[in-house]
Design a protein around this ligand. Structure first.
Ligand code: FES
Ligand SMILES: [Fe+2]
Length: 351
């Protein structure tokens, strides 16, 4: 089981998921309840267990910006302080639940479950395309019953597209084309690139862009450990004119974003988004990409659920065999192990 790096920011939800309905989510094993304060519109994260008899606050109700426990009415303000108990005037001094640092950026709500003194929102990596003008995004979230490390492995090695996602985003060239891997240890970033000069256009792009023939296809991964994964995808018809700077034709530029948020040991939230800066008003393309990418995500979900169940029946100490395609995943594991070990302060440098 991959240990948790606690002193890090994690995506808890999409902005639109947090409103005046209480939302319960378990992150790094901590049950949390989220809502948006009426007072100033900012998201609030509190521990999701009433101090009285542990009733989930997420199953309770809001009175203004206070949560009223749905069992016996203990009432908490947005700092987690209990301000009312039934049947007596005196509120016990220890009656409080933890409040967690939250930050909202690029239409994502991030939470910090580690030492609050170390939480610096300026270290949160950006995903500006998610809510910038000129971009259209489809997105969703799927819980997976698997160690979050299996999802990191999955996303850092896209050779699996050929086999698991054939007929959608995979073509033979993805698995055949060697990758280059770069690691920025200080920033905690792994970059994996695969540039295909002459490849089949997979249905995901053929149907959405209308390209009929073969393409140049670039996949440039940028993984900001532990949570944010960006895949910069560029495709263009083979032979398309180069960019004015002489570089590869940019053609169709798509940003694929994942947030990998460990829930419990052995479960993970898989946030996924596909953003494009082309055909942004075309509702048919939007619907096609949403449905197609959801199918692709569910192929991964099913595969990782199966893999986790299978690993659960393995003898301890089983051996893996890694090859060149695994260099990104192995680098990510090393960085995650360091973040866990550090106990953990945020990685130094720009994130
Ligand atoms: S469990 Fe919340 S008030 Fe009793
Ligand atoms: Fe996949």
């Amino acid at each position: 089981m991959t240990a948790f790096a606690r002193n890090q920011w994690y995506v808890a939800a999409y902005s639109e998921e947090i409103g005046r309905e209480l939302l319960g989510r378990t992150i790094l094993g901590e049950p949390l309840v989220f809502y948006r304060a009426e007072e100033d519109g900012t998201p609030v994260a509190l521990h999701d267990r009433c101090v009285h008899r542990r009733y989930p606050l997420s199953a309770s109700g809001l009175d203004g910006d206070r949560i009223v426990c749905g069992y016996h009415g203990f009432t908490y303000d947005r700092t987690g302080t209990c301000v009312y108990v039934p049947g007596q005037k005196r509120v016990p001094r220890t009656a409080r639940v933890a409040a967690y640092p939250v930050a909202e950026q690029d239409s994502l709500v991030w939470v910090w479950v580690g030492d609050p003194a170390l939480a610096d929102p300026d270290t949160i990596p950006r995903a500006r395309h998610l809510d910038s003008p000129g971009w259209t995004t489809v997105r969703g979230m799927e819980p997976i019953d698997a160690d979050y490390g299996l999802l990191v492995d999955n996303l850092l090695d896209l050779s699996h597209e050929t086999y698991l996602h054939g007929g959608h985003i995979g073509t033979p060239e993805v698995a055949e084309t060697p990758i280059t891997t770069e690691v920025d240890e200080g920033a905690g970033v792994v970059r994996v690139s695969r540039h295909m000069a002459d490849a089949e256009c997979p249905p995901f792009y053929a149907r959405s862009t209308g390209i009929a023939g073969r393409i140049t296809r670039r996949q440039d991964i940028e993984y900001h450990a532990p949570c944010l994964y960006l895949l910069h995808s560029r495709i263009a018809p083979v032979g398309a004119a180069p960019e004015p700077d002489g570089g590869d034709p940019h053609g169709f530029h798509t940003e694929i974003t994942y947030a990998i948020t460990p829930s419990t040991g052995g479960t993970v939230y898989d946030f996924w988004a596909v953003s494009r800066d082309w055909a942004t008003d075309d509702a048919e393309v939007t619907e096609f990409l949403r449905a197609n990418n959801h199918t692709v995500v569910m192929q991964d979900v099913d595969a990782l659920n199966l893999l986790q169940r299978t690993l659960g029946t393995e003898r301890t100490g089983y051996q893996e065999l890694s090859i060149d395609i695994d260099s990104g995943g192995l680098a990510a594991r090393r960085i995650l192990a360091r973040l866990v070990e550090e106990g953990d302060k945020p990685a130094e440098g720009v994130r």
